[in-house]
Design a protein around this ligand. Structure first.
Ligand code: SF4
Length: 325
């Protein structure tokens, strides 16, 4: 029974281990109730607003890293697009389309562990193009050292996105080419720089519920502002290619768990939601999330913006056109 946990969150108190256990013990038949409580927590903090963000895959493929779920890793044979940096014109056009659809934040995403100097300079031009299009400019460039953060901030960068992906315990089974602490340090540097920091993970890659809790608590401790939630969409050719999709109730429970553990942070539903929930996403949208990524993802297609907007209205949610900071 999660009533104690719900009351504690609503009263602004920390969850105890037994409260977290109560959330974890929620079975498929009780997830609707849990999701309702998570939605109530979200409602108290964010009202019935939902913020939209969108991204452009500005540089794709040939990544040096071997993340087990990722279509863009150069270690696996996948059908993901491979291209160099797309340039500010394409970025500006894509940002303009997103703004017309109600998107507040627009992210420039590049594959690779860390951008080189030329890519950082290109990114700065892309940031200016996003701002000219009327969106708040974010980047997802891999690991960005403090001097590059400063350079991009000077170009108008508002937010930095870098996922921890999973728990510290499970990460070595997900990626062998860099260590968890490098990602944690990148997030720490970005928080220290004053940027809006978006950091979350991918679920359904073989992690346990304890890993999910550990990830959430790490993100909380780091002070990230926003937590993107991705559900694995298995990509043929990657080590996770044969994994089953999450059951919808498990995905709902993940969102609810994050809302209980991170009651005052944005929780954004991103990749994999169509694969897990099919066409009907109203329940997911009413389960504690305060943000939604719309349009296409990095290597998989998303639903049309029109269908997302219709579902938002159907779920009684209204668009938050502010930057959410
Ligand atoms: S998740 Fe990022 S770092 Fe890992 S393989 Fe994919 S693009 Fe590279």
């Amino acid at each position: 029974v999660t009533d104690d946990a719900f009351t504690r969150v609503v009263e602004g108190r920390e969850l105890r281990d037994r409260d977290i256990r109560a959330v974890l013990e929620t079975g498929p038949d009780e997830v609707g109730r849990l999701a309702g409580q998570a939605a109530e927590i979200k409602q108290r903090r964010f009202g019935n607003r939902l913020q939209l963000c969108a991204i452009i895959n500005a540089k794709s493929g040939r990544c040096s890293e071997d993340c087990s779920f990722c279509a863009q890793s150069g270690h696996y044979a996948t059908e993901a697009p491979v291209h160099g940096f797309v340039g500010p014109e394409r970025i500006g056009l894509a940002a303009g389309r997103a703004v017309a659809g109600g998107v507040a934040r627009f992210g420039i995403v590049t594959s690779g562990k860390m951008p080189d100097r030329r890519e950082v300079a290109e990114m700065a031009k892309g940031i200016e193009a996003v701002r000219r299009a009327g969106a708040v400019a974010d980047v997802s460039p891999g690991i960005l050292p403090p001097e590059d953060i400063a350079l991009l901030k000077a170009a108008g960068l508002a937010g930095y996105h870098h996922n921890l992906e999973t728990s510290r315990r499970f990460f070595p089974e997900v990626c062998s080419t860099h260590g968890y602490e490098e990602d944690v340090q990148a997030v720490r540097d970005a928080v220290a720089s004053g940027l809006h920091v978006c950091s979350g993970g991918i679920f359904g890659i073989g992690e346990t519920w304890e890993d999910r809790v550990e990830l959430a608590l790490t993100l909380k401790e780091l002070g990230v502002h926003s937590v993107p939630v991705n559900f694995l969409q298995p990509i043929p050719g990657t080590p996770c290619g044969g994994r089953p999709l999450l059951e919808p109730w498990e995905a709902l429970k993940i969102v609810a768990l994050l809302r209980f553990l991170l009651p005052d942070r944005h929780i954004r539903i991103c990749g994999g939601r169509e694969a897990v929930f099919g066409r009907d996403k109203r329940l997911l949208l009413a389960s504690g999330a305060s943000g939604l990524m719309v349009g296409d993802y990095l290597t998989t297609r998303g639903a049309s913006l029109d269908s997302d907007l219709a579902e938002l209205a159907g779920a009684g949610l209204v668009l938050d056109r502010t930057s959410g900071e």
